[in-house]
Design a protein around this ligand. Structure first.
Ligand code: URA
Length: 476
């Protein structure tokens, strides 16, 4: 039996796995050690005299040069990084067995979704991704300091996901200072960098005051006011303009206004209160989400629309199609893409050899936005506030489905997932990586095809849409 060094993180597992592959250690011969106490017991010499025993990193590195180079598919690394956060104690062994099989037996192993190891890893990955989403939805901050304004939260995730989730909070609340405590680990954002610290148990946070005390004890000191002001200034005004400012009066004023601006941001756009996060169900599955979306009033569109229209399709779909928002008929029937654009989409799917029942179809915004003109309801493009407020529903769908390929139909979903500068005319049909999927591509919205007055251009766009759908399926 070969004992691994003590492994607690993905990086440690990766180093260890590389070394074990290099020494041709068969998975069934490796005992993965995760408990540092066990390791020290073992180091005291209680575990026999196997010459291949691995009890000390230095000795191992000297005795087994890791000179066997190998590469693995990117998908595996991503999967392993997620699975590493799962609490299941057998995860390191399962990951190593899969790695061994990819390197020595079947490079395309991950494509065999019925394989027991691949299936188990995928289920674990889904559990971790859902847990990350739950953390995004349920973390509630409270203010613990005014100058500079600082927020803290405590959360108990099912898995060890702090490092997977923290970058999301840093992006979303980048202009604020916050700490999130979990029993495994805590994360702290000072407007410029993330720092990780020790975990905090539930018993340590039995009241709101204890959260504040904890923060003061461990984290207050890392906020450097000098750096905060520079960060604030950069937010307020690009650095290149500083020199031309009538600086004496303006800079202090801007700094003075900054806390109020943060407050406003919280209440309005980037805030904790004004998005669909507040309507998330505690169970993260498609039917609970579809039920919960009916109560959503995160933006004003719910007031005039008949109902929220949630996504629909195969819950195991490898390909997810995302439109803009329900149209008139979708609003009445409560189903996505059932009107004229939906009919064209169906036609394109079938020409691409795809059964609509095999994919999942949804929208960026779940309520119909329109203006009434006599008896007609004319479609209106959702604005960025509405898209932002609705985004948690789409993110929840994607984190449950974990599609292999996402197809964005038109500008609204494309810009929501690929950034505001994204242009279909420039980058249609390109496979791009997003936070949600390794392969995300954008193509024409069927309604844009229908609206195109020039007939030859229209049929060209339709051909391109069909081609892009075929590409999506071939990549899934
Ligand atoms: N257009 C969309 O973007 N989505 C629909 O569901 C219908 C039309």
């Amino acid at each position: 039996m070969i004992r691994s060094n003590c492994v607690e993180t993905f990086e440690q597992w990766r180093t260890e796995a590389r070394r074990l592959i290099a020494m041709k250690a068969r998975p069934s011969d490796v005992h993965w050690q995760t408990d540092p106490d066990q390791l020290s017991l073992f180091e005291e010499g209680t575990s026999g005299s196997d010459s291949r025993q691995v009890s000390d990193r230095k000795t191992n590195e000297q005795s087994v040069p890791a000179n066997r180079t190998f590469t693995v598919p990117q998908d595996f690394l991503k999967l392993a990084e997620n699975v590493a956060c799962h609490r299941e104690s057998g995860r390191w062994a399962l990951l190593y067995r899969t790695l061994w099989r990819i390197v020595n037996e079947q490079r395309e192993l991950l494509k065999i979704t019925t394989d027991d190891d691949v299936y188990q890893l995928t289920q674990m990955q889904k559990a971790v991704t859902r847990d990350v989403h739950k953390m995004k939805a349920f973390v509630r901050f409270r203010k613990v300091a005014d100058d500079p304004e600082t927020f803290v939260a405590w959360h108990r995730p099912d898995h060890r996901i702090m490092r997977l989730a923290a970058p999301f909070f840093a992006r979303r609340f980048k202009g604020m200072r916050w700490s999130i405590f979990t029993p495994d680990e805590s994360a702290c954002w000072d407007q410029t960098s993330l720092q990780y610290g020790r975990g905090v148990s539930a018993s340590e946070v039995d009241s709101d005051d204890s959260l504040e005390e904890l923060w003061k004890t461990y984290y207050a000191s890392i906020f450097n006011p000098a750096r905060v002001k520079v960060a604030m200034m950069k937010r307020e005004m690009p650095v290149r303009h500083w020199a031309t400012l009538p600086e004496a009066g303006l800079i202090p004023k801007l700094l003075e206004q900054a806390p109020a601006r943060v407050e406003k941001m919280i209440e309005t756009h980037e805030g904790f209160g004004q998005t669909a996060m507040h309507f998330m169900p505690s169970e993260m599955d498609l039917s609970s989400l579809a039920e919960a979306v009916r109560q959503c009033s995160a933006c004003d569109l719910c007031q005039d629309a008949t109902q929220a229209v949630f996504g629909e399709g195969n819950p195991s779909a490898q390909v997810v199609l995302i439109g803009e928002q329900p149209g008139d008929q979708e609003d009445v029937q409560g189903k996505p893409f059932v009107g004229p654009a939906g009919q064209l989409l169906n036609e394109c799917l079938s020409q691409a050899g795809i059964d609509r029942k095999d994919v999942y179809v949804t929208n960026t915004v779940k309520h119909f936005k329109f203006i009434q003109r006599g008896k007609r309801r004319l479609h209106q493009k959702p604005n960025s506030r509405e898209i932002y407020a609705c985004r948690p529903w789409l993110e929840a769908e994607l984190s449950v489905l974990l599609p292999k390929v996402i197809v964005c139909l038109g500008a609204t979903p494309s810009q929501a997932l690929l950034g505001r500068d994204f242009r279909i005319t420039r980058s249609r049909g390109k496979l791009l990586q997003t936070e949600w999927c390794e392969r995300t591509l954008a193509t024409w919205h069927p309604a844009a095809v229908l609206r195109m007055p020039d007939e030859s251009r229209r049929s060209q766009m339709q051909e391109q849409l069909i081609g892009d759908l075929q590409l999506a399926v071939s990549e899934s």
